[in-house]
Design a protein around this ligand. Sequence first.
Ligand SMILES: Cc1ncc(COP(=O)(O)O)c(C=O)c1O
Length: 447
Amino acid sequence: MKIHPLLKEARLFFKRDGFFVIYILRYIDNYLLSFIVYILRGGKNMENRLIPFSPPDMSDEEINEVIDTLKSGWITTGPKVKEFERNIAEYCHTSKAVCLNSATACMEMTLRLLGIGPGDEVITSAYTYTASCSVICHVGATPVLVDVKKDTYEMDYEQLSKKITSRTKVIIPVDLAGIMCDYDAIYQIVEDKKALFTPNNEMQEAFNRIIVMADSAHAFGASWHGKKCGEVADFTSFSFHAVKNLTTAEGGAVVWKDIPGFNNEWIYKQYQLLSLHGQTKDALNKTKLGSWEYDIVSPAYKCNMTDIMGGIGLAQLRRYPKLLARRKEIIQMYDKGLSGLNVKLLDHYGEDHQSSGHLYFVRINGITLEQRNEIIEKMAERGIACNVHYKPLPMLTAYKNLGFDIKDYPNAYGQFVNEITLPLHTKLSDEDIQYIISSLKDALSCY
Ligand SMILES: Cc1ncc(COP(=O)(O)O)c(C=O)c1O
């Protein structure tokens, strides 16, 4: 077929410069739209976007998994959860994984598996979400809170060491924002205090030292000294809550390192019993023809994961490497855009560690708590949802009522007072990031 020379020329041009042209048109289009908004607003606010803090990133893959589950005739714990568990264990380089309905349930069931209860002390950070500490209360043990080291979000390891007594059974380090703690320091302290440890049961005897149970609600996919989060602490719990990097709407998983003398299938079975009424057969097995008989071995708890959640998780995990890579790009854009400002940022990526890139903390030097709150309001006026991570536990009613006082945690207070968490999620475009950076710069220019 003979092609007109002009058409040939146009085809050549598009092949060579087409993408560039499309890009320019898109750019002009964006500005045209902003300009119309500007005129309609009577010349105020050249640009105004709506940027949520952390919306879920759901694609057709997740939707199809849910449809598949709904059509399968089995919607509660079943094949999808089992497959998700196998995939998580493989991802974390552990022998097994257990999926439950939250990280909170994972941590609480682990404390119960370890036989922690009244008379025992469990140590965690004062700078965390309530779940790291509430689970200690749930099992009737005594929570012991450690301040963070000055200008960091990690426990002060000297203070941690001093707070260990003969009643201390577990330490719960918190991998905040997706960055893993210094587990070398933690295990060194555990080793140094070994003589104080008094085991109460066979599993505690197998450890014969304080057990490290990481709250890695934020850190699924992080790594430290070449090891994946999950293969460092004795037990590691992840959250798949709606705002997390990898989500199943609600949900969580726990993984553990092999324990000498304990069979992993037996440990897995204990989690199943604890999380499903102490019932010897799960719902799927009970429905097998003629197989109704079951026993209840203890009046246990109910916090299993459904196959609908498991299906979402399977799709999210397949997409996870790409989601993590995009988080890294966003963090690097933020780091570059905010460099030169009077702020303190986290070190998400280094030679010895890779963060899961869950949260982007900014500490603004020299501002008061009121000014921090004003900045968050200014960002909100520009349509940007920011947050604060965290109000230290001793400032919250529940923990004040337990006798904790923020005066004893000055470093945690220092971190909280000028902290702002910027939106960090995979629905953000590069333009959104630039908009957030310039909005923060504008907001900071008044101080
Ligand atoms: C540090 C930390 N630990 C634990 C949890 C609890 O996770 P979940 O909601 O899955 O129980 C959260 C939830 O936000 C958290 O931020």
